[in-house]
Design a protein around this ligand. Structure first.
Ligand code: C2E
Ligand code: CA
Ligand code: CA
Length: 662
């Protein structure tokens, strides 16, 4: 950047040529010139040295402020001037903040005007150094403010940054002075040192920001929020302030992602992030942990009541219709609240407590909040204990499989059995699956457990098929995490083949929610299961979204209508109407229908009238231990079959077993 050379600017006269050009000058003149030359060389060396030293400080000093202090002090000393300052341009304003200075009398509110009428503003406009040898004759800008400070000469150099100027480095003196080229170059070199340091600081801040924030929403990430909680907990111990942590999880967010795509999902998350930020105080931290999980940290939360009010306010903020390019969304979130209570609280324990409370809230339905309390803590402990015991249960063979028959609604002949796992706990007795399957799912133990049930069930079905010489089917339940596994179909097919099961007699039961939650990955898995000759049964139909599109989208073989619809048969005409339309719809799609939870003869008769061909429930039999199930099947095949359905030899073709009856 070349220094400007105006009437009032320009470089200082060079001494060497004038002193030596003329031969015959007097010795005095020669000595004067020589002394001046030496002074100049000395100044030049000092300037060089100062720039090098500042460069070194810039390398090791990560605090920009301290480097700037060093710069103003050095420039004032090396140039031997009265005023030196680093002025930082305020974003979007014609004002300059005085970051550090030497010699200024007073700067009201620490800033100076930075318009183009000032020397600094003029330098910023030109983006080059501006030298004023005599401010009293200055015409390019208004020198009055500097003259008021008693200054006569001065220069400004611009401190550049990556996206425009950072500010200016100023140097002024109350003596009239012609600044030399060396002086100007020195100031510019120091400004460049500052530019490099500013740029490095910007990069460091950007890297730090990226490491601690979520790139999508700009909210704090897990690392940062854990750190903030730790700091808040430390302050709580010192100053006794309250600390609350709220964990938020959107309800049914997957549905948006799956049906409208990830871009729409992202749009929702970004909009939600700003709503959360608006709903809390600026001192609170809002973070996104992952997916649709957010955390809020409130210091000085004001106790339980205030936090509950906050949870309600957040619920309301989230619930306001969200109008985006992807459409109008109505969201709810489940919120878990944890309050710091004991000295032992840590960020991790608070996060865990809020998470546990959030789960409980979710269980109660969408849009609820829960406070972590003793009950939740007990539940968490029981859960942790159960989890540990469940691991051993699999190793120690405490799991067993019971079988519940599924029969033809007309003939009563068994067509299939459903494998239902049981846990024979050494001290607590028989534990029902709903008490441990969810834990197995959360911990991943379901994979091992599921494999065990499949192996047992397939071996048992093969044995019964041989014993009774019928293609009796076996239905096994599968959880979402099993279905989500890409190797699941191959593994199931392998187990089925190794067990000696007849082809096409193994059915996998999945719930609607599994199809909804996992559509992305499960679509392929479901297709593969089908391709391997396995049957697919949609379980608990009617409890979820009961969406027709799922019936069409997946290659299903049968639908199990949930017990809740069977319950009302005979007493509630609406249930009968619903059941009728489900049966008709399934038949139209070529799917057979099984009614679950059939407990009375009246229900069975009505189901038969409505065209439902298979039933399962306590009316027929409970889930039975293997020997009792064998005995049930034996009597079923011996009796029901010939009496009601003489043509039942057709069961040799397994594919006909679960087809709608003509
Ligand atoms: P599900 O698949 O819907 O199984 C039917 C449940 O209803 C069984 O409960 C069964 O005993 C019960 N049930 C059958 N008939 C009647 C009836 O007439 N009235 C009433 N009130 N209930 C009846 P269970 O065995 O306690 O199983 C509960 C759930 O646990 C099952 O629901 C299934 O989702 C899950 N489950 C069981 N075994 C496994 C397994 O091996 N793997 C997986 N992933 N889940 C399993
Ligand atoms: Ca089932
Ligand atoms: Ca079911």
């Amino acid at each position: 950047m070349a220094p400007r050379d105006d009437a009032n600017s320009g470089t200082a006269p060079s001494v060497r040529p004038r002193a030596l050009r003329f031969a015959g000058v007097g010795l005095f003149a020669w000595l004067t010139a020589r002394r001046e030359l030496e002074r100049q060389l000395g100044r030049h060396a000092r300037q060089h040295e100062a720039v090098a030293r500042l460069g070194q400080i810039a390398l090791r000093e990560h605090d920009l402020r301290r480097l700037i202090d060093e710069v103003v002090e050095t420039v004032a000393r090396v140039l031997d001037i009265h005023l030196c300052g680093v002025l930082k341009l305020r974003e979007g304003e014609e004002r300059l903040d005085m970051i550090s200075s030497v010699g200024y009398h007073e700067v009201p509110d620490g800033s100076l005007p930075g318009g183009t009428g000032t020397q600094a503003g003029y330098a910023l406009l030109r983006r080059e150094p501006v030298i004023a040898h005599d401010l009293r004759r200055e015409t390019r800008f208004d020198p009055a403010p500097l003259l008021e400070q008693g200054m006569v000469s001065g220069m400004n150099a611009v401190i550049e940054a990556h996206d425009g100027p950072f500010g200016v480095l100023t140097a002024h003196t109350s003596r009239r002075r012609r600044f030399s080229t060396d002086d100007v170059n020195f100031l510019v070199a120091v400004a460049n040192v500052l530019s490099a340091a500013v740029e490095r600081q910007r990069k460091e801040l950007a890297t730090k920001h990226a490491a601690l924030h979520d790139p999508l929403t700009g909210l704090a990430n897990r690392t940062l929020v854990l750190d903030r909680v730790d700091l808040a907990l430390a302050r709580r111990l010192r100053e006794g302030v309250d600390v609350a942590l709220l964990m938020l999880d959107l309800d049914r967010f997957k549905l948006i992602n799956d049906s409208l795509g990830h871009a729409a999902g992202d749009e929702v998350l970004v909009a939600l992030a700003s709503r959360l930020r608006e709903a809390v105080r600026s001192s609170d931290t809002v973070a996104r942990l992952s997916g649709d999980e957010f955390v809020l940290v409130c210091e000085r939360s004001g106790g339980v009541r205030r936090v509950v009010e906050l949870a309600e306010r957040l619920g309301a903020a989230i619930g306001r219709p969200l109008i985006l390019s992807s459409g109008e969304h109505f969201l709810t979130a489940s919120i878990g609240i944890a309050l710091a209570e004991t000295k032992a609280d840590t960020a991790a324990s608070m996060l865990r407590d809020a998470d546990a409370a959030m789960y409980r809230a979710k269980h109660r339905g969408p849009g609820r909040y829960e406070l972590f309390d003793g009950t939740v803590r007990d539940q968490v402990l029981t859960r942790l204990r159960t989890e540990a015991e469940l691991r051993h249960a699999i190793e120690r063979g405490e799991l067993c499989v019971h079988y519940q028959p599924i029969v033809d609604a007309t003939s009563g002949r068994p067509v299939a059995t459903e494998a239902l796992v049981r846990w024979e706990h050494p001290t607590h007795g028989l534990i029902p699956p709903l008490d441990f399957i969810p834990i197995a799912e959360e911990t991943g133990l379901i994979i091992e457990l599921g494999r065990y049930v499949l192996e047992r069930a397939c071996a048992q079905a093969a044995e019964w098929q041989r014993r009774f010489d019928v293609p009796l089917q076996m239905f096994v339940n599968a959880s979402g995490c099993q279905i989500a596994h890409p190797l699941f179909p191959a593994e199931v097919a392998d187990i089925a083949i190794r067990s000696g099961l007849r082809p096409r007699t193994l059915g996998i039961e999945v719930t609607e929610s599994v199809l909804i939650e996992e559509t992305g990955s499960s679509m392929g898995v479901i297709g593969e299961l089908h391709a391997h000759g396995l049957r697919l049964i949609l379980d608990d139909f009617g409890t979820g979204y009961s969406s027709l599109s799922y019936l069409r989208r997946f290659p299903l073989d049968a639908v199990k209508v949930d017990r809740s619809f069977v319950d009302g048969l005979g007493s509630c005409s609406q249930d009968a109407a619903i059941m009728k339309s489900i049966v008709e719809m399934c038949h139209a799609l070529g799917l057979s229908v099984v009614a679950e939870g059939v407990e009375s003869e009246q229900q069975r008769r009505q189901l038969r009238r409505l065209g439902c061909e298979h039933i399962q429930g306590y009316l027929v039999s409970r889930a039975l231990p293997v020997d009792e199930a064998g005995a049930f099947l034996q009597s079923g095949f011996a009796g029901g079959c010939e009496a009601v359905e003489p043509g039942a030899a057709g069961h040799a073709d397994a594919s006909l077993v679960l087809r709608p009856s003509a």
